[in-house]
Design a protein around this ligand. Structure first.
Ligand code: ATP
Ligand code: MG
Length: 401
């Protein structure tokens, strides 16, 4: 008699299977990456019910503990956690072909009703299992063909592929898995402070850096009454959208009105934007240092606007000593737009509110500024006092999902 090794399998509740990506490549650090990912997933799913969440064989299992778990929401949330490359909704069952047939017939009844052709594809994580993958597919496929006589087995381009995974304690039946956010678990790549405006670029830049495992804080400059409360709300809304992937974040709100007015009063118009950006960088660096954060992030992209030419970036960057990460530097605007659509920030970013960057924009901004000229222009200002004032008026709050 064949032993299917059904172990202590008891539950028949829909389960999420989360597949890990780069995390599995981490040698000695792997355990730390896995632990972090597990705790990030747990935290992100907590609000959708009570789950048992554990890791085995490079897969995270999310099993609902109560009847009131919101599996749709948990599935969407799991897809957005960095470190997860694919997510499947699956039905566990005993590991023998008859039980797998029964689970598939129930769980995928609606899919079978729509399909004219199907096939079974099996993966065997447990190599002790008495059949190989092809044998399982054949056995389960044969049984399902009997159950659904109107649906034909077809190996090439079937309407429906039934996935079977033979794992340690149970078999799992599912339809195709979907892609997750990929990347590395937030918290494993250090911390950075991201300069976020209400535009398209900086939310995407923040998302990209967080995807490399970096825990973010955010900083936003406001210039009331030139910028409106709605503009600030829009940024908070963008930040909230990012929390689905980045986790909760601190956002620092810096009053920037006086600095902008002083620049307008005392500096040549062609340098308005550049000098303003230099102030942003200085202030961001100060906030970063206070928070123990070691890098800045911006949404700058080479050549996109006058203040993002190579020379302009050098002038901007020369006032800080911390690394400035610019993940969009080589991206075209259309690529950035696609990315914003993909991560769900696009619709909010295109809402029409003023950013302080667009308040006093010069008609003819310098595109090839000489550092010495900008420094000379800036000498008309009391940089230190202006920065100290802005910092003393800076407030922060948590942004939570
Ligand atoms: P975005 O679409 O993100 O607003 P942009 O193309 O409009 O970017 P700029 O306005 O020149 O570019 O700003 C360049 C970068 O400076 C932004 O990507 C962002 O990182 C930062 N930045 C601009 N305005 C602000 C602001 N009000 N608060 C914080 N950071 C800002
Ligand atoms: Mg902008």
């Amino acid at each position: 008699m064949i032993s299917w090794g059904t172990g202590d399998f008891m539950e028949t509740k829909e389960t999420l299977l989360l597949k890990l990506g780069e995390v599995v490549l981490k040698g000695l650090n792997r355990r730390a990456f896995e632990d972090r990912l597990l705790s990030n997933v747990s935290r992100r799913l907590r609000r959708y019910g009570s789950f048992q969440i554990y890791m085995r064989q490079s897969t995270i299992y999310v099993e609902p503990l109560g009847v009131d778990c919101d599996m749709d929401a948990a599935f969407d949330a799991a897809r957005q956690v960095f470190g997860v490359v694919r997510v499947a909704r699956a039905m566990p069952c005993e590991r023998d072909p008859e039980a797998i047939r029964e689970a598939a017939a129930h769980y995928l009844a609606a899919d079978f009703a729509k399909a004219r052709t199907f096939k079974v594809e099996t993966k065997r994580a447990d190599k002790q299992y008495p059949m190989n993958s092809i044998q399982v597919s054949q056995a389960v496929g044969g049984l399902l063909a009997e159950t659904f006589p109107d649906v034909r087995a077809e190996m090439r381009n079937p309407d429906l592929t039934v996935y079977v995974e033979i794992r340690e304690k149970a078999a799992y039946v599912h339809t195709p898995s979907v892609t997750g956010a990929g990347g590395l678990p937030v918290g494993m790549g250090g911390r950075a402070l991201s300069l976020i405006s209400g535009g398209l670029d900086s939310p995407v830049a923040s998302w990209m850096i967080a995807r490399r495992g970096v825990e973010l804080e955010l900083i936003h400059f406001v210039s009331p009454p030139y910028t409106s409360p709605q503009a600030q709300d829009k940024v908070l809304q963008l930040a909230r959208l990012l929390t689905a992937s980045c986790g909760r974040m601190k956002i620092h709100i810096v009053p920037f009105t006086r600095i902008q007015e002083e620049i307008r009063k005392h500096c040549p118009e062609a340098y308005f934007t550049l000098i303003m950006r230099r102030f942003m960088m200085r202030l961001a660096q100060s906030v970063a240092k206070q928070s123990g954060v070691t890098a800045l992030v911006t949404g700058e992209s080479l050549g996109q606007v006058a203040s993002q030419t190579m020379k302009a970036l050098a002038v901007t960057e020369s006032v800080v000593s911390v690394p400035v990460l610019r993940p969009l530097i080589g991206m075209d605007k259309v690529d950035i737009i696609h990315m914003a659509q993909r991560i769900g920030t696009y619709e909010t970013s295109i809402l029409p509110y003023e950013d302080c960057c667009t308040v006093f924009t010069p008609r003819h901004p310098a595109t090839r500024p000489a550092l010495s000229e900008v420094e000379a222009a800036e000498a008309a200002l009391d940089v230190e006092t202006l920065c100290a004032e802005a910092l003393s008026g800076t407030e922060w709050q948590w942004v939570k999902p």
